[in-house]
Design a protein around this ligand. Structure first.
Ligand code: GDP
Length: 536
């Protein structure tokens, strides 16, 4: 076991998933406030105006004058070294958002208490669920009129298919949101003030016991009575808190709060850091053996590649999740897929308090490596006599499709090369109609920004202008039957379903509605479809 096991076990690496505007940025900022990373918080505004916002965090950065990164925010608190991975959610929602989840050991799902489970939350949740990582729920905006908490939990259970366990319970809501009841300690935390200072400072709390006259004084008789009824109902439901079920992603601990007013942020933070797991083992695809994070040798995989959009700086950054051992700047390592030794010359990750060149990092951390163009998404980098190789990163079903053709037909070669390279790099996915050539390519993306990036990069790097014709498809599924065991041309499909192929030769179906997916599986009993490609 490595001598730096303590550093590794103190790592908490997680992502916050949510639908835009649920409060992810505000909660992130409040976590920084409560961990002492920043002294005073101001609400983050104006993001809608910045069309090409690289990250929601840039707003925090601009507002607060602190440096956060486009990829990971690191700080220490209560003996933990915390890494929060950025999961862009607005205009910049893309496949990278999904890939980032492959580097997280846990997820915090922020839900708007008035809106419940929304579309983007569902998508991100499915990726976390596929990995089986623990998912903690924070029901936000309790300072506003929200839906009934029982109702919200039921929605999480029914829509997402995960069991829930309320760790605390809200007292009142809207202007009357007075505090939370902590189920483990059986204490009420009543918040001081009405939160109208908009949570720039930490909020005070008063502790009280259920049933005490002092509590009635604090929260009023009506709230007290309601709370007693709710708690009786909760206690009556025969569910035990089961940490194993949490750690395997089967049970989501639920917290209520208001990121804006800070109400409930601290109880959440404390419980989350207590329960969230440290870095886990990753499987070596070569041997099927687990690679423990405390293994002496360094290993990690590339989960995201960021190309510099600036023409003068063509460098790229490959973001690596460290799976085992210790990273040191300048170390020699093997790039497994490239089959050669490389020097990990530049590690840049930014800390919350300072942009810094990272000299060392441990399993659980993320490092951004300078990439001269050798890495692909999913690649493994490692040291040691016996190389390991982690399973690749799955391909996630795009939802927006367009047919892309070159304007100048003489530039066919550059066009094909550019499209293939950008797809290889993971900037877009490309599909070919079965039986057709590469004259026109179907491009699939998760977020529209990816189309814009494609067009800009084809123009600046390959000098090719393209035409983009939107296609009416909304869903795509990989056919995961064993190759050769299913006759794809003979499948019985709706007329508007298209049979296509991806870069690796995987066969897929393109649908114009989820209804058509059901039609396909109903009429072809043997057909097996998946919304994730390249899963090992
Ligand atoms: P994101 O898109 O998920 O990052 O959401 P933001 O953190 O940017 O929040 C979106 C909007 O909701 C902003 O105007 C926030 O001020 C507001 N907001 C965030 N949390 C709360 C909350 O707890 N209560 C209320 N009332 N508003 C909130």
């Amino acid at each position: 076991m490595a001598s730096y096991a303590p550093q590794i076990s103190s790592r908490r690496t997680f992502a916050i998933i949510s639908h835009p505007d649920a409060g992810k940025t505000t909660l992130t900022e409040k976590l920084l406030l409560y961990t002492g990373t920043i002294q005073s918080a101001g609400s983050v505004k104006g993001k809608q105006n910045s069309r090409h916002a690289v990250s929601d965090w840039m707003d925090i950065e601009k507002q607060r004058g602190i440096s956060v990164t486009s990829s990971v925010l690191q700080f220490t608190y209560g003996g933990c070294c915390v890494n929060i991975l950025d999961t862009p959610g607005h205009q910049d929602f893309s496949e990278d958002t999904y890939r980032t989840l492959m580097a997280a050991d846990a997820a915090v799902m922020v839900i708007d208490g008035a809106k419940g489970v929304e579309a983007q939350t569902k998508k991100l949740f499915r990726v976390c669920a596929m990995r089986g990582i623990p998912i903690f729920t924070f029901v936000n905006k309790m300072d506003r009129e929200t839906r009934d908490p029982f109702d919200l939990m039921e929605e999480v259970e029914n829509v997402l298919g995960i069991r829930t366990y309320p760790m605390n319970w809200p007292i009142g809501n809207g202007r009357d949101f007075r505090g939370v009841f902590d189920r483990a300690s059986r204490k009420v935390l009543a918040f001081e003030g009405d939160g109208r200072a908009n949570g720039t400072k930490k909020v005070g709390e008063v502790e009280a016991t259920l049933g005490d006259a002092a509590l009635t004084e604090l929260i009023g008789e009506h709230n007290h009575n309601n709370l007693m009824d709710d708690i009786e109902l909760l206690d009556g439901a025969d569910s035990e808190f089961d940490l194993d079920a949490v750690l395997t992603g089967k049970l989501s601990p639920v917290f209520f709060g208001s990121a804006l007013t800070n109400f409930g942020v601290e109880p959440f933070l404390k419980d989350f850091l207590r329960l969230a797991p440290g870095p886990g083992a990753h499987t070596d695809a070569l041997t099927g053996e687990p690679v423990e994070p405390t293994r002496e040798d360094f290993s990690g995989f590339v989960f995201k590649i960021q190309a510099n959009m600036d023409k003068n700086h063509r460098d790229r950054i490959a973001f690596v999740r460290i799976c085992s051992g210790k990273f040191e700047r300048g170390m020699d390592a093997t790039h497994v897929q490239g089959g050669r030794k490389i020097k990990l010359a530049t590690g840049t990750t930014m800390m919350a308090d300072d942009r810094a060149i990272v000299d060392e990092a441990y399993a659980g951390d993320i490092v951004g490596l300078f990439d001269p163009g050798i890495f692909s998404i999913g690649d493994t980098i490692c040291t040691g006599k016996k190389p390991v190789q982690f399973a690749g990163i799955p391909t996630f079903a795009p939802e927006l499709f367009a047919r892309v053709t070159q304007v100048d037909t003489l530039k066919r070669k550059q066009f094909v090369k550019g499209m293939e390279q950008l797809a290889q790099e993971g900037a877009i996915q490309i599909f070919r109609e079965l039986g057709a050539g590469m004259e026109s390519v179907i491009v699939g993306v998760v977020g529209t920004l990816q189309f814009e990036v494609l067009e800009q990069r084809l123009k600046s790097e390959y000098h090719v202008e393209v035409r983009r014709q939107p296609l009416p498809y909304t869903d795509i599924r990989w056919i995961v039957n064993e190759p050769g065991t299913i006759d794809i041309p003979a499948l019985s499909l709706t007329r508007d379903t298209l049979r296509v192929e991806d870069m690796r030769g995987g066969k897929l179906l393109l649908f114009t509605s989820p209804w058509n997916i059901d039609w396909a599986t109903d009429h072809n009993k043997e057909l097996k479809l998946s919304e994730f490609g390249n899963v090992e």
